[in-house]
Design a protein around this ligand. Structure first.
Ligand code: SAM
Ligand code: SF4
Length: 464
């Protein structure tokens, strides 16, 4: 049965935005006070915040976002790497280097041996989570190619490590295919609507299955019906007015919450980056300035406090640093966005999906993050203990996240430091772990001490 997609109500978004174009300062204060209760915001509240431009109000917005982030997530930052398995694609997304008619890139779908080699490189850098990414066209095995690829990633084991959670960012599937994806043990299924604005959507998607807005916007319904309860949502910022996009994305989130009792596990905020063979990618019609980009992250933190926010290496090291304090809880590091990119190891490879803003290796990112006082987490515990979907949210909401996630963050960080870090990173990291444990209280502190001790004795994969 075709999914009703009227939950994205463009008229409603337009009229709420119109009514809150220039919010008065008392209204802004009221919304910020409401946000501090960490129960989320409604569409009108969010519209009020999108109307902020006064530097003082922006400062207050950022302060509120920082408080919420610290209260719910503490200083943890979850680390992952994308794994591009194929750039074959039958679609014509005008902003993407992988679009079917682009002759300027070399096409490649990795075979299973090549996927295992890429995986081994990521494991040897210290990664524990990957996000599997592909264009929308698979080699002759069809969708089975994706399932085989996930199995290949999980298959690779070294004496020190393995990938413990595979997330996926691939084209929308049928409910049956989503069931197979779940059976393949993926963590989060992630898909970005790109733009919620239907007219813009049809202008930037010129061919292939992706032209169908409704099929895409209903994909998370099918994923959740199939039992995948950690899903990731996102917008490609730069295609249309960011104010519209945020409100429409909140409509999507509220719809999932209403139908399934739990909203998305993560939100991604990709901004358009230059891409080989794409004009629009270098000249976004609704370019988002750096200050507006920070504002977007902060507003999302206030609107959906318990949903993780992901910041990729599309952004520069400085922008990534700036947004940690505003609500980001997951970052990629050391990324390559062309299939085979880790083995080839060429920076700014023309066959990449888009240009990277942060080119640093994992160790350098970890050192930087740790020197800022953030604890890089390689934890995959929740997913492996079945704490997903509503169970995760139940744990997150009363603040229990600190009693599990923080000890797990320090133990997996210690594992990274012992097994993979450079001496300089290890020194900075060990100091941070000591300080972090000292600042913990009660059961969280006891758990952290126990887990870290076990890791120091040579045990791996310690979590609670
Ligand atoms: N092919 C699948 C799809 O389109 O849903 C999944 C993978 S696609 C490679 C992942 C995401 O990359 C897209 O959803 C889009 O938001 C993003 N992307 C594409 N071109 C981009 C660009 N030029 N700059 C930044 N992000 C881009
Ligand atoms: Fe293909 Fe995805 Fe790129 Fe569109 S965004 S051209 S579907 S890889």
């Amino acid at each position: 049965m075709e999914q009703n997609t009227s939950f994205i109500n463009e008229q409603e978004v337009a009229s709420i935005l119109e009514n809150n174009k220039k919010p008065d300062p008392s209204k802004v204060k009221e919304v910020l006070a409401k946000a501090s209760e960490m129960k989320g915001l409604n569409l009108s509240d969010v519209a009020v915040l999108t109307g902020i431009s006064d530097p003082l109000q922006l400062h207050e917005l950022f302060e509120t976002a920082n408080k919420i982030k610290e209260t719910i997530y503490g200083k943890r930052l979850v680390i992952f790497a994308p794994l591009y398995i194929s750039n074959l694609c039958a679609n014509e997304c005008v902003y993407c280097a992988f679009r079917a008619k682009n002759k300027d890139i070399v096409r490649r779908a990795l075979n299973q041996e090549e996927i295992k080699r890429e995986t081994k490189i990521l494991i040897d850098q210290g990664h524990k989570r990957v996000l599997l990414v592909a264009g929308e066209s698979y080699p002759k095995q069809g969708f089975q190619y994706v399932l085989d690829s996930i199995a290949s990633v999980y298959d690779v084991k070294t004496d020190k490590g393995e990938i413990r959670r595979v997330n996926a960012n691939i084209a929308p599937l049928s409910t049956d295919e989503f069931k197979q994806l779940k059976a393949a043990k993926i963590g989060t299924y992630q898909i970005f609507q790109e733009t919620y604005h239907r007219e813009t959507y049809s202008k930037v998607h010129l061919g292939g299955k992706k032209r169908d807005y409704n099929w895409r916007v209903s994909s998370l319904h099918r994923a959740m019906e199939a039992g995948i309860d950690d899903v990731g949502i996102g917008v490609l910022f730069g295609l249309f007015d960011y104010r519209f996009e945020i409100l429409a994305m909140i409509q999507h989130i509220r719809e999932l919450e209403q139908v399934f009792g739990v909203g998305p596990h993560t939100i991604s905020v990709p901004r358009l980056e230059p891409a080989t063979g794409s004009d629009i990618a270098s000249h976004p019609p609704f370019a988002v300035s750096d200050i507006d980009f920070r504002k977007i992250v902060a507003i999302l933190r206030l609107a959906v406090p318990y949903t993780g926010i992901i910041m990729s290496t599309r952004e520069t090291a400085q922008m990534r640093r700036d947004t940690f304090a505003l609500g980001v809880s997951q970052i990629s590091a050391g990324s390559r966005t062309n299939p085979g990119g880790y083995e080839e190891n060429i920076d700014d490879e023309p066959s990449a999906q888009f240009c990277l803003g942060d080119h640093r290796l994992l160790d350098e990112v970890i050192r930087d993050v740790a020197s800022m006082g953030y604890v890089p987490s390689f934890c995959t515990g929740c997913y492996r203990l079945g704490r997903t979907g509503a169970d995760f949210m139940d744990m997150a909401k009363p603040g229990d996240i600190k009693a599990h996630c923080n000890p797990n963050a320090v133990s997996t960080f210690m594992e990274y430091l012992i097994d993979y870090a450079s001496p300089e990173t290890r020194t900075i990291g060990e100091e941070l772990i000591e300080e972090t444990i000292a600042s913990m209280e009660g059961v969280a502190q006891q758990r952290a001490i126990k887990l870290v001790e076990k890791v120091k004795q040579g045990k791996h994969d310690m979590y609670c």
